[in-house]
Write a protein that binds this ligand. Structure first.
Ligand code: SF4
Length: 467
């Protein structure tokens, strides 16, 4: 309150280093746009050019061969550390560096600018898109070959551009509704200790002439109602609204804060009625992704393949043992003796499906039980597993980092110990979150989450130390 005039005024601007960084992001928007275009150019070269080059010879190095370099950049550095960065900084990757986000937003300036159709707002798209791209990536060995990388990453970029050309004006409709990793990023950002915080009372106290974000020229590309923003899930942390009405600032928070908001709070309502984020967490990040990371190392798959092949040969059925002949469906590189038959492909799909059902079903069962005992919706309780699921995905992607480094004779013998220690710490974090979230029967909540993490933890331990 301004005691001299009797009017309500906005709270004084925060001058912390982080808040100043947020304001600098807004002030230096052109520098961010320049960085985005630099990433776009590098991305297009790395995703497109290797697909038209011959496969690298065995002795090729990542510093001397573009294909090897692109593989390391995409799968060894980009994906694992984007996952980690989102758990720490929120979706800065999306708002500052993502080439697809930059392209879809840029082309939407010149497109048709149509309204978002109803079908696109279906909450299941992030789950479906994540599962489809993950499974298709395994079918085509996307980590190992540049053509499927161009098909999957490039295809996603073309789709992002097409969506930008039809729907929205200077917006990121693709990112909000259809991006295959947007759902995962939205979950992980909930535990980020860095976020853009909105002080609603300060916002409302702003002079009447400044009531709409448009009057201030803020273009929130992922279409967020900034005044009501309570979660870091949808915010791309682009910094465009930093300092607005002295109400928005880049700030620190407890990484537990968003998960531990009281159940039934208005900001939780959408999450408690929408089951898709919980399904993505349980059956996507801890089911399909785990299967995708594990199948190629599994001796069970080899045993199943031998048994199935024997069964087919005994019955004189040969076609599943023949080559498929389509690189865009199943791995097909006869020049390096890497060819999936229909049997290989079918078993790979069956393995991922089985691991999804076993691990995801196990976790889901414990969430339901703990939910019943604590009175919490299982979807809400599932959020306590975000740290564990995020670290599980990071650990899986880090396998690509170390295997590529091992190809360069840089072996990290401590890597698996570090991975299992990280996973155990993340399981502990999830367990304490469940304890603190439950209003009653805290022990049941904590034990339920501990039990839920046991099977995926055992699956990782088996891969690291038994297989
Ligand atoms: S609320 Fe919108 S404009 Fe503000 S930082 Fe997040 S994405 Fe950017």
């Amino acid at each position: 309150m301004n005691t001299a005039t009797g009017q309500i005024t906005a709270s004084p601007p925060d001058t912390s280093r982080l808040a100043r960084l947020g304001l600098a992001m807004r002030r230096h928007r052109n520098a961010i746009i320049a960085a985005q275009w630099l990433v776009v150019a590098s991305y297009l070269v790395l995703v497109a050019v290797p697909a038209f080059l011959p496969l690298p010879p065995d002795q090729a190095h990542l510093w001397s061969n573009l294909t090897r370099f692109a593989q390391f950049a995409f799968w060894g550095i980009w994906w694992p550390f984007v996952i980690l960065s989102i758990m720490v900084l929120g979706r800065v990757w999306c708002g500052v560096l993502c080439p697809e986000g930059a392209l879809t937003e840029w082309v939407s300036r010149f497109g048709l600018g149509r309204g978002i159709p109803r079908w696109m707002t279906w909450g299941g798209w992030p789950f479906v898109a994540f599962v489809m791209t993950t499974v298709f990536g395994q079918m085509t060995s996307v980590y190992d070959y540049p053509k499927p990388a161009l098909l999957i990453l490039g295809g996603s970029t073309v789709a992002a551009i097409a969506v930008g050309l039809v729907w929205g004006r200077e917006k990121r409709v693709w990112c909000k509704h259809l991006c295959p990793v947007s759902g995962v990023f939205g979950l992980l950002a909930k535990v980020a200790p860095v976020h853009f915080r909105v002080d609603r009372s300060a916002w409302d106290a702003a002079p009447a002439g400044h009531r709409t974000s448009r009057e201030h020229g803020i273009n929130c590309a992922p279409l967020i109602n900034i005044r009501r923003m309570e979660s870091a899930s949808a915010c791309h942390a682009c910094g465009r609204c930093a300092g607005e009405r002295n109400a928005v600032q880049l700030a620190l928070r407890s990484p537990d804060a968003e998960i531990l908001r009281p159940s039934g709070a208005p900001e939780n309502a959408a999450e408690e009625t929408n089951a898709w984020p919980a399904r993505l967490l349980v059956f996507g990040m801890l089911g399909v992704a785990l299967g995708a990371f594990q199948w190629s190392a599994s001796p069970w798959l080899v045993a199943a393949k031998q048994a199935a092949a024997g069964w087919l040969v005994d019955r004189d059925i040969w076609w599943p043992l023949n080559e498929t002949g389509h690189w865009w469906l199943f791995t097909y590189y006869p020049e390096v003796n890497d060819v999936f038959t229909w049997l290989d492909g079918g078993l790979l799909l069956a393995y991922i499906a089985a691991e999804t059902l076993v691990v995801g079903g196990w976790i889901w069962g414990w969430l339901r039980l703990a939910g019943m005992l604590t009175g919490l919706p299982w979807r809400r309780l599932s959020q306590t597993l975000i740290p564990f699921a995020g670290i599980s995905v990071f650990v899986g992607l880090s396998l690509l980092t170390t295997s590529q480094l091992a190809g360069e004779r840089l072996v990290l013998p401590w890597a698996n110990d570090a991975r299992i220690a990280l996973l155990a710490l993340a399981a502990l974090w999830s367990t304490t979150l469940a304890w603190r979230l439950a209003g009653r029967n805290r022990a049941a909540a904590a034990l339920g989450i501990l039990a839920a993490t046991a099977v995926p933890l055992a699956a990782w331990g088996t891969q690291f130390f038994v297989w």
